[in-house]
Ligand binder design. Structure first.
Ligand code: 9D3
Length: 251
């Protein structure tokens, strides 16, 4: 029996309580129980030394809003590194920030091969630039909309990465995911009843003709992608039949 690798994820945040709900959810919980991943949440405030546990301060040069101080963040990462030293000490430090590179499935796959991830959640108006420059190995954004901080983004990253780890999903689900990694949007799905409020399930799906069903699904996936996310089609490998379908909708 081949032993599956275990991944360590450390999260630095000013709001550790935010992670309680989502991280006790089924898939992640099961992965933790199976020893495939370990997630430790650290309060940045615990790495301050002053009486008031100051984690942020005014911006040099003025302006509204506070900036996260560098010292607690550097010290937290130092301590995490020390505690993991036997593990080779190789770690990816990812700053969640609106200025990061866009988080896509490709990025999740890239992160899923790492042994140790440290996710830093920014808050307020930003994080001292030296964290970016001298600590972070990567900066990630989950999309072009404004959140109040990096916490929800970190949860998104953890969920997307953990479900890619070998042994986390059942083999059935992972095989299904592979086949859906076609780069197309999904085809329409139906279940019983065959007729609901007068709306019928497409005849072909009841035919039992598996080749015809597969063709119909491929066509639907392509037409749907063409209508809603045409830019995705540029990255998809298309057959002659696929191309003819696309061309016929453009005439
Ligand atoms: C002055 C505030 N900003 C201009 C609109 C910049 C800003 C800084 C910090 C905006 C949001 C935040 C907090 N957000 C994150 O830390 C964040 C985030 C996001 O807001 N959207 C998508 N992905 C991410 S990852 C981290």
């Amino acid at each position: 029996m081949v032993r599956l690798k275990s991944v360590q994820i450390d999260i630095l945040t000013l709001f550790p309580e935010m992670f309680q709900g989502p991280f006790t959810e089924s898939i992640l919980q099961r992965a933790v129980e199976r020893g495939l991943v370990r997630v430790d949440i650290h309060n940045i405030r615990d790495f301050t030394h002053d009486r008031h546990h100051t984690a942020d301060d005014y911006a040099y040069g003025g302006g509204a809003g506070m900036v996260l101080k560098p010292e607690p963040i550097f010290e937290a990462v130092d301590k995490i590194k020390e505690s993991q030293a036997p593990n080779g000490g190789d770690l990816a430090v990812i700053l969640l920030t609106p200025q990061g590179r866009l988080f896509e499935q490709k990025v999740a796959q890239e992160l899923a091969v790492q042994r140790h991830l440290v996710l830093i959640c920014g808050r307020y108006e930003g994080v001292d630039e030296r964290v970016r420059e001298h600590l972070a190995s990567d900066e990630v954004s989950i999309g072009d909309y404004v959140l109040s901080g990096g916490e929800l983004a970190a949860m998104v990253v953890v969920e997307a990465v953990v479900r890619l780890l070998p042994g986390v999903l059942g083999s059935e689900a992972s095989a299904r995911d592979d086949s859906h990694a076609s780069g197309l949007l999904e085809y329409p799905q139906y279940t019983r009843p065959e007729l609901y409020r007068g709306w019928a399930v497409p005849e072909v799906l009841l035919s039992g003709n598996h080749a015809q069903i597969a063709r119909w699904r491929r066509q639907q996936a392509i037409l749907r992608t063409l209508a809603r996310r045409p830019e995705l089609l540029e990255r998809v490998e298309l057959s002659l039949e696929d191309r003819q379908l696309i061309d016929s909708t453009r005439l």
